[in-house]
Design a protein around this ligand. Structure first.
Ligand SMILES: [Zn+2]
Ligand SMILES: [Zn+2]
Length: 453
């Protein structure tokens, strides 16, 4: 089997792998780079050349995995597209939103090639999406050769899947993005355990993150709830910036439960945007598949309010409360960015980060700014001292590096391929894997260089 990383930038970026297995060619994910724009954000699909792609496997619906799917599928009209049923229920909504964002960016940032696809393009590819059941192998035959695909629940986010490929007597496992811990809305990864694989392709997101002694998801949730409670009691507001898919519904569910059991006082809760729409899809997924646990009841019980439309930097919103808004990294011109500009200059407020923040985003920069120092909201042309409490809580949607290491080594593979991680994160995995007693060949593939596994 040959694997080529089509993500031209390396790192996390626009995830996409080309896999050649005998008669079969397939692609794993077709993402869009969150920090790049225009065609530079798209994987190097030209590299596929005139190979015929038989199928595409979508691991989950975050944009760094699906954002360029319509571009790929237009070039490969015969490719079948496999994903879990929850992913199939979410993928169109996510792509339509991405199309809207690109249309806006075309004007704001003057990117002539945007949108990379239209709403009609999405509709045209939608009937090619085929759901795969978890733990149920699918066999495909071509020119007398057989390949088998088996999807396994990966935690991380609703619909996420890792998968096993069996071909020509070899068995290879691709983790996709993983979380082993159970969350409120979705159970953790249910990967095959202690089964021998010839090779593994693993994500390495948290390779540079050491979990501090004594910190666990539960203890971090407790700390978050304490911060919210104290802030609300002091008359302030709390902003929790979240990703629309996954984090938002997890936080709504968590806050609702904490209010019911008395860990949080009653106060207004505000939410808006794509995340609320996704919450409605989660309601349908819960009813149809029982693979997740989120119903409309949560939003109803919370009496979720829309944040005020007009917000002025430096001026606190008229009604204090808990604001659960995207984007998770305070990206410019998003609801969380706007709201942060109203809260930051007042000591009684708190901004609580619960997920990964890229250091180049406003969220990443705010986390690096010391209390009392000045922070600039560039596109609002507003700056103020950091007086609100700014904290981060370790509630990542990705597994700890040690857990992934343990899972990978338990399968006793000959080869491990590293994906989905910054260079430092990949280095940590390389060193840790090579230090193990079990001899394993570790490959950190350079973009567009085929590796044999
Ligand atoms: Zn993801
Ligand atoms: Zn990802």
């Amino acid at each position: 089997m040959r694997i080529t990383d089509l993500n031209r930038e390396g790192g996390i970026g626009s995830n996409s792998l080309l896999v050649e297995a005998g008669e079969f060619n397939f692609v794993v994910d077709a993402g869009l780079h969150p920090k790049m724009v225009g065609m530079a954000a798209v994987p190097e699909f030209e590299h596929i050349g005139d190979r015929q792609i038989d199928f595409v496997i979508v691991t989950h619906c975050h944009l760094d995995h699906i954002g360029s799917l319509p571009v790929l599928l237009q070039k490969h009209p015969k490719a079948r597209v496999f994903m879990s049923l929850p992913s199939q229920m979410l993928v169109e909504r996510m792509l339509h939103n991405s199309c809207n964002v690109m249309k806006r960016q075309k004007e704001e940032k003057r990117i002539p090639e945007y949108p990379l696809f239209t709403h009609e393009d999405i509709e045209q590819i939608a009937d090619r999406f085929e759901p795969l059941k978890y733990k149920t192998p699918l066999s495909l035959t071509k020119n007398g050769e057989t390949i088998e695909i088996t999807l396994f629940q990966a935690g991380h986010v609703a619909g996420a899947g890792g998968f096993q490929i069996d071909h020509a007597g070899k068995s290879v496992f691709f983790t996709g993005d993983i979380l082993f811990d159970d969350q409120r809305v979705i159970g953790g990864a249910r990967f095959p355990h202690a089964r021998k694989f010839d090779a593994m392709v693993i994500e390495t997101t948290r390779g540079e993150t050491e979990r501090p002694e004594g910190k666990s998801r539960d203890s971090e949730i407790t700390r978050l709830l304490e911060t919210i409670r104290e802030t609300i009691r002091g008359g302030g507001s709390v902003l929790i910036p979240v990703f629309a898919l996954g984090r938002m519904q997890e936080l709504l569910s968590l806050i609702n439960a904490a209010r019911k059991d008395g860990r949080l006082p009653r106060c207004p809760v505000f939410g808006a945007g794509l995340g609320l729409d996704i919450a409605d899809y989660f309601d349908q997924i819960t009813k149809r598949t029982q693979l997740i646990n989120y119903t409309r009841k949560v939003t109803k019980e919370l009496r979720l309010k829309r944040p005020p439309r007009k917000l002025t930097p430096g001026k606190e919103p008229p009604e204090p409360g808990i604001f659960i808004l995207s984007s998770g990294m305070l990206v410019e011109r998003t609801p969380s960015y706007q709201l942060a500009s109203t809260l930051l200059a007042h000591t009684r407020n708190a901004i609580c980060f619960v997920g990964y923040c890229d250091p180049d985003t406003p969220g990443g920069k705010l986390l690096e700014t010391r209390p009392g120092r000045t922070f600039l909201f560039e596109v609002l042309d507003y700056q103020c001292p950091v007086l609100a409490k700014v904290e981060r809580f370790e509630m990542s949607g990705h597994a700890d590096r040690e857990e992934i290491l343990e899972f990978a080594l338990a399968a006793k593979p000959e080869t491990i391929v590293l994906t989905h991680g910054d260079p430092g994160a990949r280095d940590w995995f390389s060193k840790a894997l090579e230090a193990d007693d079990h001899p394993v060949r570790v490959i950190d593939p350079a973009p567009l260089q085929a590796v044999e596994i």
